[in-house]
Design a protein around this ligand. Structure first.
Ligand SMILES: [Zn+2]
Length: 142
């Protein structure tokens, strides 16, 4: 798994030099997000890196990288895109759905306990009734 950038897109290691990739918002370009290597500079010198992608292109880089990761891990690379989307949606409603599922499970557990309690009460009532009936029978016989 890769750390997530501010927009929820995974920050993969730079495909060019394996250094860190950082997410930015362009001021000139209507707040469009872009991603670039920490070593990136407009004028390339020594030890500089050319990696710069607008968000749409970068998403494809992430999908490629996740595919590669899955291949290395011996998993089906065709799942790569799904996996990338899953990572990007990490903070979306899907995550909350999981939490609701856990809450429901706890609720069901409580219900189970309640049902056992009710059953116990019913048995107790039956026993009391039998005792009362025996008392009546004893009274009549006298
Ligand atoms: Zn780089």
């Amino acid at each position: 798994m890769h750390p997530l950038g501010p927009s929820g897109i995974p920050l993969i290691p730079c495909p060019e030099c394996q250094d860190e990739v950082v997410e930015f918002k362009s001021r000139k370009n209507k707040g469009k997000n872009f991603f670039k290597c920490v070593k990136f500079t407009e004028s390339l010198g020594e030890n500089k890196c050319p990696f710069f992608r607008w968000i749409e292109e970068y998403k494809q880089e992430v999908a490629k990288k996740v595919k590669k990761d899955l291949k290395v891990a011996g998993l089906d690379p065709s799942e790569g895109e799904n996996e990338a989307v899953r990572q990007m949606k990490h903070r979306s409603p899907i995550y909350d759905e999981d939490k609701t599922a856990i809450k429901l499970e706890k609720y069901e557990l409580k219900m189970d306990k309640l049902i056992v309690l009710v059953q116990l009460l019913v048995v107790l009532c039956l026993i009391m009734n039998v005792i009362a009936l025996l008392g009546v029978v004893v009274l009549i016989c006298k």
